[in-house]
Design a protein around this ligand. Structure first.
Ligand SMILES: Nc1ncnc2c1ncn2[C@@H]1O[C@H](COP(=O)(O)OP(=O)(O)O)[C@@H](O)[C@H]1O
Ligand SMILES: [Mg+2]
Length: 243
């Protein structure tokens, strides 16, 4: 059993959970070091979103150990976890409809409402990372292209100023050019030494962005490795898991 060190943004051990009384993830263990980008790869239905929901406190039926930034959150309510511990880009982005880009971003920083200076600083940080969405700050967010919307969703997550960033299949539904932009954006985020857990089905993005990867299949972690060690053989193995 690995001990928690100061360098861990996330430690998951013996996590099982699911819906109603049925577990869909079983005895999951993995970690994300502080400032590390880690990918969780797996095919449809493997349980990736369920793991993220458990970390965010959104899965009622869960047990095991989940520590974010040294705080045990396995029984914590979602609002406590959202208060600076973890923030997520959900599957399908889920931007606020009828709201401008800037309003979407500010809604992500709502827990900071008492701290105006920090909010403006975070907003400036988002616009620095994604200049394209600063140009569209007054436009309705859902009128932007898919790739731009994904940047708004990532920016909204950054506005929560979390210790741990979770992204659920950000490449899903994006055109190839937008995927290249997304991948570049994630690499820039990674260069800021953020602690990132990236859920993906695209192995190429995971290997470009992340330091290490875990493979989830049938609700269990079936493989793990360093991205830099993944030669053609490793990739073929992962592709086989992803089916
Ligand atoms: N709200 C839910 N209620 C019941 N079963 C669910 C629910 N969400 C997901 N599942 C089931 O849990 C399993 C894992 O789903 P999910 O975590 O969404 O996988 P992934 O994100 O890897 O595609 C699937 O078999 C799915 O049908
Ligand atoms: Mg999913």
């Amino acid at each position: 059993m690995s001990a928690t060190t100061q360098t861990d943004a996330l430690v998951v051990e013996g996590l099982s959970g699911g819906y109603d009384r049925f577990d869909v993830v079983h005895d999951i263990a993995f970690r994300v070091g502080c400032g590390e980008a880690v990918a969780l790869l797996g095919p449809n239905g493997a349980g990736k979103t369920t793991v993220l929901r458990a970390i965010m406190g959104l899965l009622r039926h869960r047990r095991g150990r989940i520590e974010i930034d040294g705080t045990d959150v396995v029984a914590a309510p979602p609002h406590r976890i959202a208060r600076g511990l973890a923030a997520m880009v959900p599957e399908g982005r889920r931007l606020f409809v009828g709201q401008s880009v800037e309003d979407n971003l500010r809604l992500g920083g709502i827990r900071l409402r008492g701290d105006r200076a920090r909010t403006e600083e975070l907003l400036a940080g988002v616009f620095e990372l994604f200049p394209v969405i600063e140009r569209y700050r007054d436009r309705e967010a859902t009128a932007l292209s898919g790739g731009e919307q994904q940047m708004v969703a990532i920016g909204r997550m950054m506005m929560a100023d979390p210790a741990l960033m979770l992204l659920d299949e950000p490449s899903l539904g994006l055109a190839p050019l937008a995927i290249a932009d997304l991948s570049a954006a994630l690499r820039r985020l990674r260069e800021q030494d953020r602690s990132i857990l990236l859920v993906e089905q695209r192995v190429d993005i995971a290997l470009e962005v992340c330091d290490r990867i875990y493979v989830l299949s049938g609700g269990r972690i079936v493989d793990e490795g360093r991205a830099s060690d993944m030669g053609a053989e490793g990739r073929a193995l992962i592709d086989a898991y992803l089916g």
